[in-house]
Design a protein around this ligand. Structure first.
Ligand SMILES: [Zn+2]
Ligand SMILES: [Zn+2]
Length: 491
């Protein structure tokens, strides 16, 4: 099965070198040209008109068409004030469709709003148009390169990797499969790699796999990644022309140059295995270190929860956490370094390649008022004078801050959800939003737990589980409660 990964966006031109022969076609699908192996080509944006958009507020999401229809019948049978959008993809004999009930909203460009960036979506009113120049010819809207066989590959110059992270840089990357270059919604060029799902997974996992990692942890992670791809395809980048992006927003993908033997082996040994819940692909999120308690989906993303992404103590048969952590409970939890959980890096030994996680089970960071003011302005476009205080107004069940209130001399702003909180309080990303705050003159001291959003599988916990004799199916059962591993041959 092929998936479409968008890896370059809003470009004026790009340089591609093909290894092997590719057929070239345009919008109509007719072959118009063939590439010469080993030669470099340039693609240029000749002219374009960006797409026209309308902002919408997402009122509700349904997996089930019958439930969606009965909701619509009850509240807006003629779709006068709302509109229903079907998002997702057909996947073999199955699908991952979901239905969004949307209501027209004012222009939200450049605005920040509490509870993250998931409530408002820009839908296309009129598609972008334009022409792409390639090898002396003009192609309207898109140009597609299809390889003659599986040994073909192509490389692209200057792909931006690690956007907004401290390792942000550009690289020349090599890809297998096909290439599509299209006029994107902004009127620039977007490059899409049309790649086999298993090749994609082997590449995605390579960046996280080292030879000294526990093999059961790696297998669990691969099954989780495969499930998440199938569960989220066509939703994160709705109406953008591709299934997933190549950055951390979806999953970091850097082409075939990065595939290791180990990740190929792990993908092969778990081939076709996915996590399912209620006959649907599970959106099996994972992060580095939960810190002792896992978090729920709604604390980090949309205001809805998935039953298999619950909050519980990360230990054998760890009990479920059923209410939000209070300020005092968060302090007690974070100060307790003796916590008997799988990912307690003070109690368990880590392999060399993961030793950098040693100090992330519990951590302490100092952030200056000046830096918060700067980040608020640069990253969120807000100026509220001199910062007087920052305070958690809502926490999740793992203690992670969902909404943070920032009070300044000229106003107040709420920042949410967890990823935005982390972006505000660090030049790159704070390890997690599970922290409590104390004041020290011109700085705030943040004492925290874990690294990442803490939802789903905890990679360090899974590593320790694997070393303690659990197999990958037991690891998956521990982190995704109620979900089961199935084989989906033929997708
Ligand atoms: Zn993405
Ligand atoms: Zn953990």
């Amino acid at each position: 099965m092929n998936i479409r990964i968008g890896f370059l966006h809003n470009r004026r031109n790009l340089k591609v070198k093909f290894k092997g022969n590719y057929s070239v076609s345009g919008l109509e699908g007719r072959v118009t040209d063939r590439t010469v192996a080993g030669r470099s080509y340039e693609l240029n944006l000749l002219d374009s008109v960006p797409a026209e958009h309308q902002w919408y507020e997402k009122l509700d999401t349904f997996f089930d068409i019958t439930k969606m229809e009965s909701y619509r019948q009850k509240y807006d049978p003629d779709e006068i004030s709302t509109r229903t959008v079907k998002a997702g993809k057909k996947i073999g004999l199955s699908d991952n469709f979901e239905y969004w009930i949307m209501k027209k909203a004012p222009d939200m460009s450049g605005k920040i709003y509490p509870s993250g960036d998931f409530r408002y979506k820009k839908l296309v009113k009129k598609e972008a148009d334009g022409e792409i120049g390639f090898s002396g010819a003009r192609y309207r809207k898109k140009i597609v390169f299809i390889p003659e066989n599986r040994n073909c590959s192509f490389s692209v110059e200057g792909v931006r990797v690690g956007i907004d992270f401290h390792w942000d840089h550009t690289e020349d990357l090599e890809y297998s499969g096909g290439l599509e270059v299209m006029i994107d919604n902004s009127g620039g060029l977007t490059a899409i790699n049309i790649v086999d799902l298993e090749d994609y997974l082997a590449s995605v996992n390579s960046s996280e796999m080292r030879n000294d990692n526990n093999i059961e942890m790696l297998k669990a992670q691969t099954v989780a990644a495969r499930s998440t791809v199938l569960a989220t395809m066509g939703k994160h980048h709705f109406e953008e022309g591709f299934d997933l992006c190549s950055d951390d927003h979806c999953q970091c993908y850097q082409g075939i140059g990065k595939i290791s033997e180990l990740s190929l082996r792990v993908a092969e040994e778990t081939k076709g295995e996915v996590l399912m819940f209620d006959s649907r692909f599970a959106d099996a999120r994972y992060s580095k270190i939960c810190g002792g308690v896992t978090e729920r989906y709604s604390a980090c993303w949309e205001d809805r929860d998935l039953p298999y992404l619950a909050s519980f103590y990360d230990r054998h048969n760890g009990e479920e956490v059923v209410s939000e952590m209070s300020e005092n409970e968060t302090r007690t939890f974070i100060d307790n370094t003796e916590n008997d959980c799988f990912c307690n890096t003070f109690r368990h030994k880590l392999p060399k390649s993961l030793s950098f996680c040693k100090d992330l089970f519990r951590w302490e960071v100092s952030v200056s008022i000046v830096d918060i003011e700067k980040n608020l302005k640069i990253k969120f476009g807000k100026e509220i004078g001199e910062i007087k205080n920052i305070e958690a107004v809502q926490r999740g069940r793992s203690g992670r801050i969902i909404n943070l209130i920032v009070s300044g001399s000229d106003g107040v702003v709420i920042i949410g959800k967890e990823l935005n909180v982390r972006r505000l309080l660090s030049d790159t990303h704070l390890p997690s939003s599970a922290f409590y705050i104390t004041r020290d003159h011109e700085c705030f001291i943040l004492k925290g737990a874990g690294w990442g959003h803490g939802v789903g599988l905890c990679q360090i916990g899974a590593q320790i589980m694997g070393e303690s004799g659990y197999d990958y199916k037991q690891i998956l059962k521990h982190y995704y409660r109620g979900a089961s591993v199935r084989r989906t041959d033929g997708i």
